[in-house]
Design a protein around this ligand. Structure first.
Ligand code: SAH
Ligand code: SF4
Length: 362
């Protein structure tokens, strides 16, 4: 992919928080209510073009257009799953990088799975994003814009976004500040006003960030990608486990629950004959003993560079039954969007896969 280094790229409007906008309006010697009007245009009606802000004087519309970019994500490929319930969009960023975001329609839910980075530095062996390496962090505005894009589409169908999972490309806690700023922006009461409880962040287990997140006492749901109950197996699948072994990770998880009284979710990609035995389930139950938590099991989705296979339904059910026998609640998640490579861990940009990836950066 060609790097188009944009020499005079205007700032992205979605990178502004409400206070930035208030300051801007003041600097431009506009009445303060203009900030609110612009914010509502961006985050309630999802206008994507300054010309649509017809409630503003023409001169202000013009000034906004001259000063900001309103679009940084160019949809270059849109795929619908065969059941039409999952839509995956590949977006190109102004520097030529690319990301993906997925909309999942399930009963009344309209859940978005969005990216926080282009690629990922964590190198989990079974994950297509990990296999493509790290490209760059997204800005908060680029994270926000993925939501606005879909909110705008849904609005035309009389629908709206109900849930957001930060489980697309990248490790959200490796881009902590931008991720939290994006959530705050989407959560803002004068704008989209999407409650913190509607967000779920999934992390591979960056211990210092789990601790920081716990201290911030946010209402956002937290999921930890565990996948193994002993260090040897976990390190072979998730290289980050060398840096933050299970003892440290589990201590941070226990402290999180103690501090926040919130239930943690553990993600477990079930891989046939690797981490799906009844003995492994027992080991996992011991690890989670007494912890306010829930295990989400998902049979591994196929990716190009990993030979492991998703477990059979029988093995998944036996794994779940063993956990529950030990008092650990467990859900087997249905695979979604597999036919368009939109399932967990399947997001990768084909063209980018050939370029050299950066080393693990934590
Ligand atoms: N980086 C974060 C969030 C993005 S990955 C994290 O790792 O938690 C979202 C989830 O998909 C994680 O639980 C991840 O372990 C899981 N995943 C990755 N590859 C997968 C695959 N091939 N099949 C099923 N789940 C996978
Ligand atoms: Fe990154 Fe998560 Fe994929 Fe691991 S599973 S490589 S942390 S996106």
């Amino acid at each position: 992919m060609v790097e188009k280094e944009p020499p005079s790229l205007k700032p992205l409007i979605y990178d502004l928080d409400y206070t930035d906008l208030e300051n801007l309006v003041r600097d431009w010697q506009q009445p303060s209510f203009r900030a609110r009007q612009i914010w509502e245009g961006l985050y309630q009606t999802y206008w994507r073009n300054p010309e649509e802000f017809t409630n503003l004087p023409l001169s202000l519309r013009q000034r906004l257009a001259d000063s900001f970019r309103f679009i940084s994500l160019e949809p270059i490929q849109i795929l619908h799953s065969s059941d039409r319930e999952t839509i995956k969009t590949l977006f190109q960023l102004p520097d030529g990088r690319a990301i993906e975001a997925v909309l999942m329609k399930y009963e009344k839910r309209r859940t978005l799975c969005i990216s926080t980075q282009s690629g990922c530095a964590m190198g989990c062996v079974f994950c297509a994003t990990g296999q493509m390496g790290f490209k760059r962090n997204l800005t908060s505005g680029e994270i926000v814009e993925q939501v606005i894009y879909y909110a705008n589409l849904l609005r035309r169908e009389g629908e709206s976004v109900t849930n957001i999972v930060l489980m697309g490309m990248g490790e959200p806690f490796h881009n902590y500040d931008a991720t939290m700023a994006a959530i705050d922006r989407l959560n803002h009461p004068l704008g989209m006003n999407l409650g913190a409880r509607r967000f779920t962040i999934s992390t591979v287990g960056l211990v210092p960030m789990i601790r920081r997140f716990a201290a911030e006492q946010r209402q956002i749901n937290l999921a930890i990608s565990l996948h193994a109950a002993d260090d040897e197996l976990r390190t072979s699948m998730l290289p980050v486990n060398k840096k933050y072994p299970l003892s440290e990770l589990m201590a941070a998880c226990r402290d999180y629950v103690a501090q926040t009284h919130r239930r943690l979710t553990f993600e477990w990609a079930l891989i046939q004959n690797v981490n799906d035995s009844v003995e492994t389930a027992r080991k996992l139950a011991r690890l989670l003993e007494g912890l306010l938590c829930h295990v989400n099991v998902i049979p591994l989705n196929p990716t190009q560079k990993y030979a492991g296979k998703g477990s059979t339904r029988e093995r998944a059910l036996a794994f779940k039954a063993e956990l529950e026998r030990h008092g650990v609640p467990c859900t087997i998640r249905i695979r979604r969007g597999i036919d368009i490579q939109a399932g967990c861990g399947q997001l990768a940009i084909q063209q980018a896969q050939n370029s050299p990836s950066n080393p693990l950066m934590i």
